[in-house]
Design a protein. Sequence first.
Length: 142
Amino acid sequence: MIYVHSILKQKGASVFSVTPDKTVYEALEMLALKDVGAVLVMEGEKLLGIFSERDYARKLILKGFHSKDTLVKELMTKDLIVVSPNSNIIDCMSLMTEKRTRHLPVIENNKVVGIITIGDVVNTFIKFQGETIKSLEDYIHS
C-alpha cells in the first residue's frame, strides 16, 4: 500500500499559503506565480481554509464581485477535508471523488506538513500499478 508520506517525500512538503486578509487578486497572483490550483489560507501556523481556482470562478466571478476588492476570507473554503501522512492513497482517491475536491491538506500533530492533489494521487497510483504489473510479469516469465 502507498501512503501520503510517500507522495510528500517525492514532491516535497512545501506549501503555498496566503493570509485571510489578502485580496483575491493577490491570491490569484500566487496561484499563477507558483503554477498551482489552490493555496492554503493560514494565520501563522493555523490552517483556516483553502482558496482555489474553483472558489474564484464560482464564488467571485459568477456573483459579480471584483478580485481587487474582495478578501480571500470572504471566498475561501472553510470546511476542510484533511488527511494525515499515514493515510493511504486509495482512501485519498475515494475521499477526493466523494467530496469532489482536488486538494487535500496533510495534517500531523495539528500542523500542516504538506498538501496533495488529485494529480499526485493518480500519478502515484498509476506508477504503483505499473510496478505491480512488471513484478507479476517477471514472476510469470521466470
